[in-house]
Design a protein around this ligand. Structure first.
Ligand code: DGY
Length: 328
């Protein structure tokens, strides 16, 4: 029997690629840059499975160009790049990679928080420019993280890992979400639920965003929200770029409405080199690498491979966002 055909849209951990290659006829896109859209449309023409990454827009056009497609396995926990209803209506399973990146992503979000608060990147630039002439009582002062108040927006896995890290810094932890966690979970992590977003923003010294990108969360942090924040506040976004309105963020940072920001995600990605945010010193911007540890990216690739192979066999992928496809 011939093996199923798959397109793997980017290089990833060798062990995952070997697993896929042993069970399928695999085509791998070896370039670092994504396949151009017309090439992508051509690559999916006669495949049974697709392993995509979070920058690949997998919409109805791609699905219609791929009549045999049974499974799209996205190497990411987020799947806002995939039109899931379009996949479901075509009987295509969609897999993602939750859980394995939680702690690594929270580590990095906390790194951004500290880097922005304590002006680490500014300090590095200052040193390299040769501006470090002396120790000075007022040079590059930032804000303390310990004993400050952290406001977590979104109480999923990564948000809760931020709460754990905050406890190590003796922070007070507030959180906001549409759904409140159980009282015992709040007690275990020392969390205070704040149902009103503006109240959380006005009380927090650090605000960290951990919500998926949906129509409801698009530009969830914009002019009104920045106006509610403290002038000493630091905003961290390691979720999805469009959750924060970039124009409003620029105005808030430029005018001193907030102190600083740390971003792992931007809108758009990659951030254009003429984006005004890049002219500011009080922002740290990383190129979407919060889950980027060797171990975690290997686990994500292995999980994506497992989802892909299960879907090809007509089985439920271990992590599937539209299991109803098999229940029809
Ligand atoms: C994800 O998996 O959605 C993350 O953004 C990758 O870092």
């Amino acid at each position: 029997m011939s093996k199923p055909k798959v397109f793997v849209a980017r290089k990833m951990a060798t062990e995952a690629l070997e697993t896929i290659a042993s069970a399928t006829e695999m085509e791998l896109w070896a370039g670092e840059l994504p396949p151009p859209r017309d090439v992508y449309l051509q690559k999916v023409r006669d495949i049974d499975g697709l392993l995509s990454i979070l920058t690949d827009k997998i919409d109805a056009e791609i699905m219609d160009a791929s009549p045999r497609l049974k499974v799209v396995s996205n190497m990411a926990v987020g799947f806002d790049n995939i039109d899931v209803p379009a996949a479901t209506s075509r009987g295509i399973l969609v897999g993602n990679t939750p859980g394995v990146l939680t702690e690594t992503t929270a580590d990095f979000a906390f790194t951004l928080l500290m880097a922005a608060a304590r002006r680490v990147v500014e300090g590095d630039k200052y040193t390299r420019r040769g501006d470090w002439k002396t120790w000075g009582p007022m040079i590059l002062l930032g804000y303390d993280v310990h004993h400050a108040t952290l406001g977590i927006i979104g109480s999923g896995r990564i948000g809760m890992e931020m709460a754990k890290r905050a406890r190590g810094f003796d922070m007070k932890v507030l959180y906001h979400d549409v759904v409140r966690r159980k009282p015992e979970e709040e007690a275990a992590l020392g969390l205070e639920y704040v149902p009103n977003l503006e109240e959380l923003l006005s009380r927090a010294d650090f605000v960290t965003v951990h919500v998926p990108l949906t129509a409801d969360t698009h530009h969830m942090i914009s002019t009104r929200e920045f106006a509610a924040m403290k002038p000493t506040a630091v905003l961290v976004n390691s979720a999805r770029g469009p959750v924060v309105d970039p124009k409003a963020l620029y105005e808030a940072l430029k005018s001193g409405q907030i102190f600083a920001a740390g971003l792992d995600v931007t809108d758009p990605e990659p951030i254009p080199m003429d984006d005004p945010l890049l002219t500011l010193d009080n922002i740290v911007i990383a190129p979407h690498i919060a889950s980027g540890s060797v171990a975690t990216r290997t686990k994500m690739a292995n999980m994506a491979a497992a989802n892909l192979l299960a879907g090809l066999k007509g089985e439920l992928p271990p992590n599937c966002v539209n299991p109803e496809v098999l229940q029809k």
